[in-house]
Structure formats: structure tokens, C-alpha cells
Design a protein around this ligand. Sequence first.
Ligand SMILES: *[C@@H]1O[C@H](CO)[C@@H](O)[C@H](O)[C@H]1NC(C)=O
Ligand SMILES: *[C@@H]1O[C@H](CO)[C@@H](O)[C@H](O)[C@H]1NC(C)=O
Ligand SMILES: *[C@@H]1O[C@H](CO)[C@@H](O)[C@H](O)[C@H]1NC(C)=O
Ligand SMILES: *[C@@H]1O[C@H](CO)[C@@H](O)[C@H](O)[C@H]1NC(C)=O
Ligand SMILES: *[C@@H]1O[C@H](CO)[C@@H](O)[C@H](O)[C@H]1NC(C)=O
Length: 948
Amino acid sequence: MEKGHLEDLPSYNSAIRPWPLRNRRGPRRIIRFLAPLCLLFFGYYTYLISQNTAHPTNNLSITKLQEQHASCAELRRVPTGPVGPRSFSGRWVNGTKPVLIRNATVWTGEPAPGTSEEDARRGIGYSWTPSDVLLDRGLIVQVAEHISASSLPEGTVTYDAKGRQLTAGIVDMHSHAGLGGFASLGDDTNELSGDITPYVKSIDGFNPLAPELQWIKAGGVTTSLILPGSGNNMGGEAFVLKLASGKASGRAEISQQDMFADPSPARWRYMKMACGENPKNVYGKIGKGPFSRLGEAWEFRHAFDEARKYVEAQNDWCAAADRVGAENMADYLPSELQWESLAAALRGQVRVNTHCYTVPDLEAFVRHTNEFKFRVYAFHHAHQTYLVPEVLKRAYGGTPAAALFADNMYYKVEAYTASEKAGKILYDEGIQPVYVSDNPVLNSRHVVFEAAKAYSYGLPYHIALAGVTSKPAELLGLGESLGKVKEGFDADIVVWDSDPLSIAATPVQVWIDGAPQFEKPVELKKSLSKPTKPDTILQEDLTRKENGNVIFTGLTRDFLSANDIETTARGKVNVVVANGAISCVGTCDDEVKTFTANKQPIIELHNGHLTPTFTAIGSALGLVEIDAEKATQDGPYSEDSFARAIDGLGFGGKQLSTVFEHGGTRAISAPSTGSINAKGISVGFLTDGITSLGNGSVWQEEVALHYPLTQSSKSPSISSALGKLRTKLLQASKPLKKKDQKEVDPFSEESYLRQVVAGKLPLVLSIHKADTIASVIRMKKEVETASSKAELTSSKSKSKKLRIVILGGAESYLVADELAAANVSVILAPLLPYAQSWDQRRTLPGAPLTHGSAIDLLLDAGVLVAIGVGEVWETRNLNLMAGWAWRNGEGRLSEKKALDLVGKNIYDMLDLKAPSAKTDWAVWDGSPLDIGSRLRGIGSAGRTTIWI
Ligand SMILES: *[C@@H]1O[C@H](CO)[C@@H](O)[C@H](O)[C@H]1NC(C)=O
Ligand SMILES: *[C@@H]1O[C@H](CO)[C@@H](O)[C@H](O)[C@H]1NC(C)=O
Ligand SMILES: *[C@@H]1O[C@H](CO)[C@@H](O)[C@H](O)[C@H]1NC(C)=O
Ligand SMILES: *[C@@H]1O[C@H](CO)[C@@H](O)[C@H](O)[C@H]1NC(C)=O
Ligand SMILES: *[C@@H]1O[C@H](CO)[C@@H](O)[C@H](O)[C@H]1NC(C)=O
């Protein structure tokens, strides 16, 4: 709140008690008579005050009145974060050894001094610079090209960064870490006793022992804004915490208080609010209301109005106490605990952060800021902000930032009008995008990956990196202590094994307040790589076109053919597509001449990559359009009926078109509502298909038989579900009597089970838990033994093996050898799980915490592995997930083999024919396995789409 506003407030006279002396105009005699009494009275009065006792006429405690008067200064104070120069950080734990990080390549977080604002906006002036960095007393004390050994404080520990990239600790300004409970056991995210709970505090539910804190830190995240959930219009106070807890993290104790990023009692406060569907759904659906956005706006305005009245009453009291003295007040300072935090927000002491997606929500909230004169610092989720920058600019007190996901969208109707280009568009409009996790919605550990994708989608490189470091720090009011590698800033540092905006970048060490966070961090074998050279071409928009004939020039890698061109024709390599099929890869001189003469499109690439297209498996793509909207879905699988996905398939949605634009031309989906849990027969189809009737839109009507065996699917227990499945399979392995054969409905569950037992149809089981996988391996043997016995008696020759695929597989690495021995394959869905449920609790997090992650151990054991997805939106990142497995696989996978994880391997494990290399291909500028590549052409069953 602006200072002027406080001074403009009307006075509130009734709070002032009339002066005890009346008859001031009375006869002198009276005055003379009263004078000695007055003296006596004042003597007594002074005595009372000195004794801190009650006021003589109204019994109010003078001490309390004076204390309250003193607190008026506190009410008027506007906080500042820590500002330099500081000789030590308030968070410093005495005994933390000084650290010299030698030979790092440093990104400071701000442009070089003297850079014009215009240049900085374009990302000019930022750089990666060779530097040493000295940490002491919880601060960065020196950043210089060479810090001489003789100048070091006593006891300094030297860390050799070996030339690698160093940034400030990552700041995630939207996280619920520590509130949700490990494996979703226990949840303190939302206080759902009412819609307006500005008075609750996230810190009261925060668990400093939450295992996820360690994981998140393993992604370089050192500071998080821990927000209450978005179930309420006013969700409560939030806190900025550093993710160091207990002695192992260099702290003196395990405590919530010890984690405050700013330990000063005068620190900034924060509050979470939320607009739109969530409060409506939480309260409207149970008949309490608000039922609509109309009601929500009223809830907001009513609460702000109560807080405003409260602020005014307090201000009037303080003004009166200033005038007449606290001891002369007839009442205490108004105090209503319920409105204290919201009043502080109106006083400008609380940084309001609001979950708001849509234009009506954003605009209503901007109206609230103007009506009640408070500032909203960021809109979170904010998927429609890119459409209405002018609306944001009308907000009171300054334009709010947009706290975004890079490409997690379409999951609810509010997120259905979202754009991957939002960050770039907002930035061009002068609005700062920052990237957040909303942990556990995304794993906060990978919030840097969001910034990396934002760069790929057109946001300037340095601005994207600032979007998870310096910019969120500034929005939290901590821009002078966090988010930059600068003298006087907090010693929160990450040394990365590669550019943080490259695929799968992993910290090799993290410091918080100068204390190393990992005792023996596992370092991946990666050769030293230079920082990314920002490519401004990513900022240019491309237009999608259908065109059967096209030439791509400048091919550098070919992962489609048997041999990569690196080992064959080096030099000028072109790809010629004629009538929808690849007709030449090489110099192709004749074709180039003809195409040029016929004015066919020629697309020039700088670093062309030719790859197979990808196949999305594991999600309900094609059966679910908007995850949170039943009306857009085929519907859930049923316990007591049996379904084929082809019968519920829907073409033409945004989800399908998006995965297509990211290189996924094919999908395999089974009846489900969006998670990996599925039951029934899956279908294989084209993401650019038209209907299930024509033109090869469905390329495989029946792919596999699916059953769910995860924690979230159990009904009533995993053991009973497994038992039921075993019984069904054993039943199906009994030969049918001749007369019964024609009675069997070919589309019945029984009929498909018979195909499974005969080894003709794969069985896909959704499982995360190692023990359940072990049970399935036992069951496989039991069924195979039974069926071979049955076959012997029916005098058939060869015994059949069940073809089983595990979908999910978070804990599958624990039975890797057994899976290999039983010839059971695994589709990891997702590739990077994070113990979201109890049956995933032994998820292997990988470096710097563990040697390898699930995929590495499965590959080592010789298990056939593919990468699937858990949620529909993830289908747009198939290439990047393959890139992740490749980059962090320490040589286990070639690039071609990595691409097989989202293609060929799926076909191998499901016994399907892989798409033809002639008609199904993708051409990229840049490697699709890394950040910064773009799809420029794709062939899908002979149809060609290009981007020019
Ligand atoms: C002050 O307290 C006394 C004793 O409790 C009570 O009798 C008296 O009425 C009080 N006076 C006022 C003004 O409240
Ligand atoms: C840190 O601790 C040492 C040893 O206990 C003590 O001598 C020193 O004064 C302390 N420094 C500060 C700044 O408190
Ligand atoms: C810094 O690291 C690089 C890469 O490991 C190395 O080549 C160089 O010699 C190192 N420089 C110094 C000063 O140690
Ligand atoms: C099949 O493709 C042809 C040519 O592209 C088109 O004219 C026709 O409408 C399509 N049929 C269906 C059923 O989609
Ligand atoms: C193992 O399974 C694959 C398909 O998943 C199949 O092609 C292969 O023949 C099987 N091998 C054995 C030894 O059963």
C-alpha cells in the first residue's frame, strides 16, 4: 500500500476519549479551586503510569496502551528484504567453513554493468564468465577471475569446478513441498474449513523432515515459496524457505523457523489467493458456495472490505494516539486476529500471489486490486495472461508477473486456452514470466527444465534462466540477497554438470548459505560442455503447412536409416520427400534441380536431424481431451464391464494435434481416465487421424489387453485383483470343447484372455511396486505351466509364453534381473517418477543422490525398456525424455537407441510392426534429444506436414 493512502484516511474521532477537564471556560475561581486538585491528580496519574497500572477512569492498562502505540510503527512499516553490504548472513551457522569454488563458468544473473535496458530485454549483456567464487559467513564474498590462495580466510575448503557452469541456487516460487506428505500420506496443503482463510499459515503444516526436500534440492532448487493450496479464494499465508534442514544440511537444528530464507522478524510476508474453478468446485459442490465466479468475486470483496475497515480503525487509533498520547485513549487498539494478515496485505506488507487462469478471473482480480489498493505480485498458472497483457498492466501498484508451466496445459478447462509461446509473448509485452513447479503437480526438482523448455518455445535464453533465479527472487522481495552470483548475496550456489538449460542438466554440488548440501554427490560421467549458445531463431514463428513434396537441406544426423550419416556421406546432405515419402537422402542433385525448377519448398536447416516419429503410450490420449472434464472423455474403465478403446476413441482434439506437432504421429491408448490405470483392449492410431473408419487412422484395432494393479486402482486389494486375474488366465488356458468354441463372443474378455494365454496378444499391467511385479512374474510361470499341461493333454505341441509388459514401473529396477529372466518388458511411465504414491516410494532419484535411475538399472539387466507417460500433457515431451535417458545414461544408449525408447522398442515388446521409414519420419533443426530443437517436417503414413 502506498504511504499517501495511509495519510489520506478519514479520522475516526469516536476513538478519542474527551479530556477529563471540563468547564475550561468556567470562572477563574473554579480553576483556582481545581488547580491543586489537578496537580494532585497529575501527580497520582504520573505515579500510576510509572507503576504501569490501570487507567483511573476506564481501567485500561496504560502499559498495554503504550505498547500498542509503539506497535503502530510496526503497522506502518513496509518490509525490505536483506540489503547489502552485509558482513555476514543472518542465516549463517558459525562453524560453516569458507569455500573457494575454483575454475567455474559463472552466470551472475544480471547483465554487465552499463547494459541498456533495451539490450538487457533482448538478453544482451548477460554472459557466462570464467570465475572463482569465494563463500564465507553465509555470503558470496568474492567473484573474480582468479582469487589468490594467499587471500583466503583461514580454514577455507577448495572445490574444483573443473570449468563447469555455476549459477545461483534455483528459486521456485510456487511449491507445496513439505505440505503434501511423503507418497501422499497425510496432506496439509489446503485448509478447507472455509473459503476465506487468510489467517492460516502454510508454515504450521510444513514438515522440515519431508524426504522430497532432499530430492528437490538435488535439482539445484535452494529456495521455495511454500504456498497453501488453491482450494480457497484466500488460502492463507505463504513462506519463503531454504531447503536446508538439520545438521547434514549445515544447519544448527531441524526446525521450520530455521528454514526462513530471510530470518529477520521484519521479513516480507506472502499470501496465496486463488480464482476460478477450484473454490467453486470445493465449496459449490458441497452446497456451501461460492457456486460461481460471481460469488467468488463477492467473497473476495467482502473479505477485503472487512480488512479495509480494520485497517482504517487501526490507523485512526494510531493517529489519535499520536495526537493525544496513548495513555489518553479510551479503547485499546482494535484487534481482530481473523483479519490481521489480510490487513497487512492492504498495508503493503504481504506479497499477494494469486492462482488465476482465465481472462474473467484475471480481470476481476485486477479490479479488486484497484478497489482495495493492494498489489498482486504474480498471477500463478496464469495460462491466459498472454492474451491480456493490458489487463495485467491495469493492476494496482505495478504489473504482476506470470508464474507459469512451460507446457503442462489443457488439463482443465481453464488451461485449455494456453500457449507454449506464452512466456515469449508476455516478455515481448514487458511482463516477466517466471517458471514454477506447483510441486507436487510438477516435481520441483525439475523446475529448471520448465525454463529450458520456455527457451525452446521462444523466450530469450537469459530471460528464461532469470525466470528461475533472479526474477522470482525479486518478486519475493529478496532480489538483493537471492538469485544472483554477486558479492554480498547469500551463498546459495549450484555447480552443474552441463548448461542448466540443456537436457537433463544435473547439479554436481549445491551450497546453501555456504554449506555443501551433498556429502558424496554422485557425479555423472559427462564430458565438459560449453554453455548453450542462445539461438534467436527459436523466437521466430513458423507456419504449419501440408505439402507432399519438400527438400530439407543441411542434414547432419540421420537416425532413421540403418547408418548415421556421420559414418557415411559427410558433407552436404539433403532429404527429399516426394509425394509424401522419402525418396532420397544424400546430395540428391537431380531432385534438388527439379524441385528448384518446380518451385517446391526447400527448407534450409542449420543442424538437420532425421529421425523416426514417436509413439505415445501409457496415457489416455484420444480418450481424454481435458483431464478434469468428464464431458470431454470416453469415461472411466469399469470393474464389471469390458471395453475396447477403439470404441471410445475421439480424433481431432488439441491434445492429439499437439503431440503430432512434437513428433508423435502415433499413439496406443487403453480405456482409462488419464492415468496409467487402464482396463480393456488398447488401440493403435494416428494422432492426425480423422475417424476410426478411414484412411488408416487406426493402424491396429487391438494392441494389448490391459489391467491395473497400482495402489490407486486397487479394489478391494492388489492381492485380490491379482488373484482374479490369475484365475481368469488359468480358466482361459483350459482348452474349449469343440461345441463351446463358436459360442465365445470374439469381443469378450474371455476371448482376449485366451489370446493372451496363447501368446497372441500382449498383456499390459499397470504396476509401480516391485513386490507386485514379483507377484506377476510368479503368476506368469503358474499360468504358463498350467497352459502347457493343458496343451499336453489336448495333444498340442508347443507351450506358449505370456507376453507381459509392465506399464509404470517406478520400482521395477528392484526386480530388473528377474524381469530380464522372465522376458518381461517395461514401459517406464513416467521416466522420472518422484514417489507420488506409496507403491512408488522406492523410486530411484538418480544423480547426485544415487548411482543411476530405474532405466539405467533395467538396461544393465538387459530388460527391453520403453518410455511412456503418466499424464496426457507429457506426450509432447517424448523426445526430451528420450534425450534425458540418453544424456544421463553414461553411454548405455546411443542416440538412435534412445529414440527407440519412444518408438521401435514399443513395437518390439508388443509384437507390432513398426512404421515404415519411408512414410513415417521427422526432420528437426537441432537434435530432438536436446533443448532448442524444432520440428520442421513430419511424415505420417504418407501425409507430409512442414513448418516454414
Ligand atoms: C474499574 O474497575 C472497577 C473494579 O473492577 C469497577 O468497579 C469500575 O466500574 C471500573 N470502571 C470502569 C470505568 O470501567
Ligand atoms: C564463531 O565461533 C567462534 C568459536 O566459537 C567464536 O570465536 C567467534 O567469535 C564466532 N563468530 C561470530 C561472528 O559469532
Ligand atoms: C579449468 O577447467 C578446465 C576444464 O577441466 C581445464 O582445462 C583448465 O585447465 C582449468 N583451469 C584452471 C585454471 O584450473
Ligand atoms: C481419406 O482421404 C481422402 C484423401 O485425402 C479424403 O478425400 C477422404 O475424405 C478421407 N476419408 C476419410 C473417411 O477420412
Ligand atoms: C522375449 O520377448 C520378446 C518380445 O517381448 C520376444 O520377441 C522374444 O522371443 C522373447 N524371448 C524369449 C526367449 O522368450
